[in-house]
Design a binder for this molecule. Sequence first.
Ligand code: BGC
Length: 738
Amino acid sequence: MDDFIDGLMSKMTLHEKIGQLNLCGAGDIYTGPIASSDIASRLRKGEVGGILNLKDVEAVRKIQDIAVKDSRLGIPLLVGLDVIHGYVTVFPIPLGISCSWDMPAIEQSARIAAIEASADGICWTFSPMVDICRDARWGRMSEGSGEDIYLGSRIAEAMVRGYQGEKPFKNRDNILACVKHFALYGAPDAGRDYNTVDMSRLRMFNEYLPPYKAAVDAGAATAMSAFNVVDGIPATGNKWLLTDLLRDQWGFDGFVVSDASSISEMSAHGMGDRQDVAVLAANAGLDMDLGSECYMGTLEKSVAEGLVPVTQIDNACRRILEAKYKLGLFKDPYKYCDTSRPSKEIYTKEHRDFARSLAAKSMVLMKNEGNILPLKKEGKIALVGPILTDTKEIQGTWSFPGQPERYTTILDAFKNAAGDKAEILYARGCGFADGGNDWQKRNYVYDKGPDFKLRPGTEAESDEAVRIASEADVVVAFFGEHEMESGESSSRTELSMAPAQRELLKRLLATGKPVVLVYFIGRPVVLDWESENVPAILNAWFPGSEAGDALADIIFGDVNPSGKLTTSFPRNVGQIPLHYDELPTGRPNNNGDRFAKFTSSYIDGPNSPLYPFGYGLSYTTFEYSPMRLSSDRMTEDGKITLTVNVRNTGERDGDEIVQLYIRDLVGSISRPLKQLKGFERIHLKKGDAKDVKFTIDADMLKFYNSALEYVCEPGDFEVMVGPNSAQTEKRMFTLLPQ
Ligand code: BGC
């Protein structure tokens, strides 16, 4: 590779080298303000290193042809796209997938996404998004894996492996992964997208950076810089972040791409004009300019003026050429352009079956009073909700490769599942928001959305829903967010159900019929009223292309729900940011959830979440035996085995996610009240029991101390096991001094 690239670079002009650093928008997919035009003629001049937002294998082949045949050096293009949770086979939104806690399945979802995307011409995905987030106001929580450091890190690794393949890039269905958004993008002040991030180095290293590092360690070939500032300097121009930490400390050897136009946006951050910000980014170690054309427009001048060393350009160009080489594009520029693949490899029966099962695994049963669920396939079942006939909405955010016309509606899936055993009644009932003030307030303006038809409900629709509910034996209300209420640029200040939906829900409950709420959400929301008043609640997230069948599987009990929350659900917006792994305070509230003066508590509400991290119900029940420890002391090179026996005590087979937490009781810095350190997803037939074993070793006890050294400190620890973060049994052990 080195010889080949040396040879190639010796023939390249500075202009052509900078051309390799240029990533342009080429298709008609809109993912933000990207300034690209006239791609074909610029390709011929060697001014483009890669394109994004173009899909369709024929179209990709045509553009690759221009790069290979019509440019002076024939360097093939990288073709990137945001393949975030599947392609035409759409999986649940990433936050939903994370609730499966099923690492092989998560890896497989990325594998399938890579197969389908690569069959359609794509060789690079801008995924995984591994930003830890504890602020449900931020709409992009939907794209990540929730609030937890350990779980988020395991998912990051699984996704990278899935996209890039076991033997990275060996096969034509292995694509480049891109860990994003480096770094700390999930912690914007006030949960407002693109806003300032400011945190201590300790918090960075202990709480926010580990998933990025896990993805890098798993071999992620590319990384994307974040929009936000880190220590006051935009991530895109932050040398400490992109070079000292990422390359020098972590050993990342891929290339870094900016976020969409985030180089030029550094001007708005107050970092200077277009030339200044390009200098800042290039010298920081930012290799590829996504969409702002700052590199192409100014770097030659900056090199001439001695502001950017030419070695900096050479290094960036080399890294991008290396990625192309590793993908095999120099050997075969058309490796990802086999036009016979799409019909055989996209949206296959196998992929759809897998997506259906993953969608069911991602759903979280929050409440099931009187075991209303599962429903029997009998009598009359009223289905109410605006999403029931809408196959676009079921996909959730970042799903433009989807083909909604091929998906089954939820309504049809329920009719198919019920067959002639039960009668399915249907009414739209309402929209996603009110027509009046609420509509205005939530300001649904999205000027580029091609078919944004968010229609409020009418009184007649609401009456019709009440009419069918009165006629039915049971009512299932499919409410929630519109898919555009979460995702990028979708921050919210209120997280309760839209008033129009709440009003209709009240009317449905007033019929006296049992009501099940199936809730479509892209983030944790406030369910305080619903948890009091609705007997059964199922969080569906946005389940993807197979939503209908997966929901029917769960609601009728053909599949037993097993998902567990990967984010805490707040009781109100005032509690945010909220996460289970808090540090202790000097004035803890030991008064349960009631206010106590001069303790860390609220006058007007509890500290605890409505639903804790790790929570989720099943149609069966599990009982945990007291845990056993092989020893209550260990040395730094020793191990303790923890065993807990879990029994399925209910009437159905089911899956349980057994969780292990640890607390470091005394440290050189204050340590969290508990932190997830292990988990296991097990299947138990009804009546069966199983020993679940965890090995505790010194690695699990390590953290970054004040000098940012990664250490474990001798002393006492609590170890906790249970079905969720708030319901754990605890024991102590001691790490002995060396
Ligand atoms: C998003 C990225 C995405 C990029 C390219 C940006 O607006 O922040 O996550 O990968 O657009 O579409």
